[in-house]
Structure formats: structure tokens, C-alpha cells
Design a protein around this ligand. Structure first.
Ligand SMILES: O=C(CO)COP(=O)(O)O
Length: 261
């Protein structure tokens, strides 16, 4: 297996203003430091709202915290007459390492198609930001087509908009598992993540597929993370609610202490 450093990513969604963001990042960094977290072994990243990013960047750089951070969305456009949009170059200036694209909440609330998601991911890549491409089936999709069909097609359609190279991360988030407290089983996550890796192999080649991190998201907690991380095709987690609690998110990031248990 290629070297895929596990990534624990916290998507704060529409929560916390910039002052609250500073408090949470400070607490998270200190909790990780107290636990002697090895950032080279497990990457930890936070995804605050746009208005918090400048404060988070200033804090992380001033304190030399090893935390990474990114945005929850990005414009497909570079600049110009696009009121309310935030460009990838603006995020790059803020030293964002990652940007989430195609989260199911944006697909639902803003009618984002796979083509739009793909163009957003392409914009991120143009500015050296790694896009975290979210895919996942709804409860209806699951009932009608099984778990893999919809996420596999979504990823194919997103990858069609991207250049053949450039690091991406894929996040499998079954919509029915998000915020529901009903996570997929580790086995279900593995099956879909394996199918998604196969898509990456078909489109970008075996070597790229072996090097691409695929995350699971949907009701991840410190109590279930170890099970997901034991699976060969799950390389980390995209965490919503549990990422708003520094102690719990740090505990999720320490999954290696529970993996052997
Ligand atoms: O949507 C998610 C992360 O992007 C998952 O949210 P929860 O962890 O709250 O289920």
C-alpha cells in the first residue's frame, strides 16, 4: 500500500464565529499537544466558515501549531462579477491546505451538480489546494441502487472535470449517516471506499489510486473511529458534529490508540 497518511478532518459547517474559532483551535491544539499527538503520523485539519479563516490562519501560524485547515467550499470562478463567491486564489493566500467540495448539504441546498463540483475541485488544484471531493448516496438511493452506484457515478462525473494529475482526497459520506447518529458499518464503508478507489484507478491510474486518501464521513465519533480505520481502503474521516468538541475531536484523532483494541 502506498503511503497514505491518515487524515482526520473536522467540518464545522455553519457553526462558530471567528472568536469562538480561536478558542476551539487553541483548545484542540493544546489537547493534541498534551496527548503528544504525532502530526506526521495522523494529519488533523479543521474546516471553519470563511469568516473564521483569517483568524485561524493567524493563530496557527503565530503559535506554530501543526494543525492544517481549509475551507468548506470554493468558487469555480477566478474573479469578477460573481457576488458572494470566494476564489481559490483567496484561499491559497490564507494558506488553506484543503477545500471541501460537493458536500451533500451544498448539493442539496445549492443544487450543485457533479460538473459544478468538478469545476470547483479544478479551481482548487489550479491554486495548489487539495480538494476533498464529497460523494454519497441518500437513503432512497441506497434502497433503489445499493450503496456504491451513486457515489461511484458522482466520482466519475467529478473526475471528468479534472486534470489527470494533482492530489485529491475523496470523502464518502452516505447522506443518511450525516448527523443522524447512524453511522455506516465499517464493512459498508470499506466496500464503497474500495469501489471509489477503483474509479480513481480507472480514471487516473493504479499508482494514483494507491496514493489517494479516501475518507469516511457520517456520525463518526471516538467510539466508532477505530473500526473504520482498521479497513484497508478507509484513510481517515470527515467529521461534522463531533469536530466542534475539542476533547472528542482530539480523541478521534488518537484513533491509533484504539485500533489494536
Ligand atoms: O457531514 C459530515 C461531515 O462533512 C458528517 O457530519 P456528522 O459527523 O455530524 O454526521
Amino acid at each position: 500500500m502506498a503511503n497514505r497518511t491518515p487524515l482526520i478532518a473536522g467540518n464545522w459547517k455553519l457553526n462558530l464565529d471567528h472568536l469562538q474559532a480561536i478558542a476551539l483551535v487553541q483548545k484542540l491544539a493544546w489537547t493534541l499537544q498534551d496527548g503528544k499527538h504525532d502530526h506526521a503520523a495522523v494529519e488533523v485539519a479543521v474546516f471553519p466558515p470563511f469568516t473564521d479563516l483569517r483568524s485561524v490562519q493567524t493563530l496557527i501560524s503565530a503559535e506554530r501549531f501543526e494543525l492544517r485547515f481549509g475551507a468548506q467550499d470554493v468558487s469555480e470562478h477566478e474573479s469578477g462579477a460573481h457576488t458572494g463567491e470566494i476564489s481559490a486564489s483567496m484561499l491559497a493566500k490564507l494558506e488553506c491546505s484543503y477545500v471541501i467540495v460537493g458536500h451533500s448539504e451544498r448539493r442539496q441546498d445549492h443544487a450543485e451538480s457533479d460538473a459544478i463540483v468538478g469545476r470547483k475541485a479544478a479551481a482548487a488544484l489550479r491554486h495548489g489546494i487539495v480538494p476533498i471531493v464529497c460523494v454519497g448516496e441518500t437513503a432512497d438511493d441506497l434502497e433503489q441502487h445499493g450503496a456504491s452506484a451513486v457515489p461511484v457515478q458522482q466520482l466519475r462525473d467529478v473526475l471528468a472535470e479534472l486534470p489527470a494529475t494533482g492530489e485529491i482526497v475523496v470523502a464518502y459520506e452516505p447522506v443518511w449517516a450525516i448527523g443522524s447518529g447512524k453511522a455506516a458499518t465499517a464493512d459498508q464503508a470499506q466496500q464503497v471506499c474500495q469501489a471509489l478507489r477503483q474509479v480513481v484507478a480507472e480514471v487516473r491510474g493504479d499508482e494514483a489510486a494507491a496514493a489517494t486518501r479516501i475518507l469516511y464521513g457520517g456520525s463518526v465519533k471516538s467510539g466508532n473511529i477505530a473500526g473504520f480505520m482498521r479497513e484497508p481502503d478507509v484513510d481517515g474521516a470527515l467529521v461534522g458534529g463531533a469536530s466542534l468538541d475539542a476533547t472528542e475531536f482530539a480523541a478521534i484523532s488518537r484513533f491509533q490508540q484504539h485500533v489494536g483494541t
